[in-house]
Write a protein that binds this ligand. Structure first.
Ligand code: AKB
Length: 316
């Protein structure tokens, strides 16, 4: 019997992933955990939930014991832009939180752990195009530093203790249900809300800023595919995954196909400096070879779906 704990369940990825896991494994078998934040109504009513501060190992232990948890999706984290306002807090949540999860997983015989890394592990020295899975990683943000540290830790826990931890390096994630908070790729979600409600958006990166991105259904599909993959096929602990790359200007132009009078201005702020250190595209061929990764959405199909879903959400 699978009993899954999702930390950071009220966040951008967590809210949709939790609902998908509940559909797959049964509502009562997926425990949503969040910290001090109002969670989407759907999460609260569809299954069990708990308040957890991942920097307190005792909180994790209580929930793991209470539900006899054997799989953890550990998503609680502070993202890149917010991280720069408080590097110590970011280290505490992202690194000490992860160590608490890994230690608790080891002590309570949890079978499998998922942890998201990010393209933020890369830095200006990484090749800009098709950034390889194994490459030079000298991130410039505290968030990126915590993600590199986390990748090293999960490799350590696998090699030292045999803990089956699996990790994806996500690009910027575009979602319709829960907006991201504190990321440097948030413009790619905000643009839809402003285009639909105000027909005007001031974008915080330059028009030609091009980054790897992924639509939420692919983000969830990748996590579940990796977690369900046969251990024999998994030769790495950390995988690059990719779906599409586009510039902020190309995104605005694609949205304009549905909202012709949408006006987008580009006024870069401190987040431009962050995204300028990240690659334009990543090479995910190892994930494709080893466990069959393949995204479903590209720029036009993602924009079409987002316009419909965000439009419906705003009307409600
Ligand atoms: C962020 O912008 O911080 C995140 C990420 C790329 O990890 N979306």
């Amino acid at each position: 019997m699978v009993k899954i704990l999702v930390t950071g369940a009220s966040g951008q990825i967590g809210s949709e992933l939790t609902l998908e896991l509940r559909k797959r494994y049964g509502n009562e078998n997926v425990i949503a955990a969040f910290h001090n934040k109002k969670a989407p109504e759907e999460l609260i009513v569809s299954g069990p939930y708990e308040y957890i501060d991942v920097t307190r190992k005792i909180d994790l232990e209580r929930v793991i014991k209470k539900y006899d948890i054997n799989v953890i999706y550990h998503l609680a984290a502070i993202l890149s832009a917010r991280g720069e306002n408080d590097p110590q807090l970011t280290w505490n949540v992202n690194v000490n939180g992860l160590i608490n999860v890994l230690e608790a997983a080891r002590e309570y015989d949890v079978n499998r752990v998922f942890w998201p890394s990010s393209i933020a592990v890369f830095g200006p020295e990484t090749p800009k195009y098709n950034a390889p899975q194994e490459t030079i990683m000298i991130p410039r943000t505290i968030y990126g530093i915590t993600k590199v540290t986390g990748e090293l830790l999960i490799n350590y826990y696998f090699n030292r203790y045999g803990l089956d931890v699996r990790c994806l390096r996500y690009p910027g994630i575009i979602s319709s249900m829960t907006p991201p908070g504190g990321g440097s790729t948030d413009y790619a979600v905000e643009m839809f809300y402003f285009a639909i409600t105000k027909k005007h958006y001031v974008c915080f990166v330059k028009e030609d800023t091009t980054l790897p991105m992924m639509y939420m259904p692919d983000c969830i599909k990748a996590a579940i595919m990796l977690m369900e993959a046969d251990p024999i096929k998994i030769k790495h602990r950390v995988y690059n995954v990719s779906a599409m790359s586009f510039s902020a200007g190309q995104l605005a132009a694609e949205i304009r196909k549905y909202i012709p009078d949408f006006k987008c201005e580009f006024k870069p702020d401190f987040r431009q400096e962050i995204v300028s250190t990240w690659p334009i595209s990543v090479d995910d061929s190892i994930a494709r070879q080893e466990w069959g990764w393949k995204p479903d959405y590209d720029l036009p199909t993602m924009v079409k779906d987002m316009i419909e879903k965000v439009g419906r959400k705003i009307q409600r």
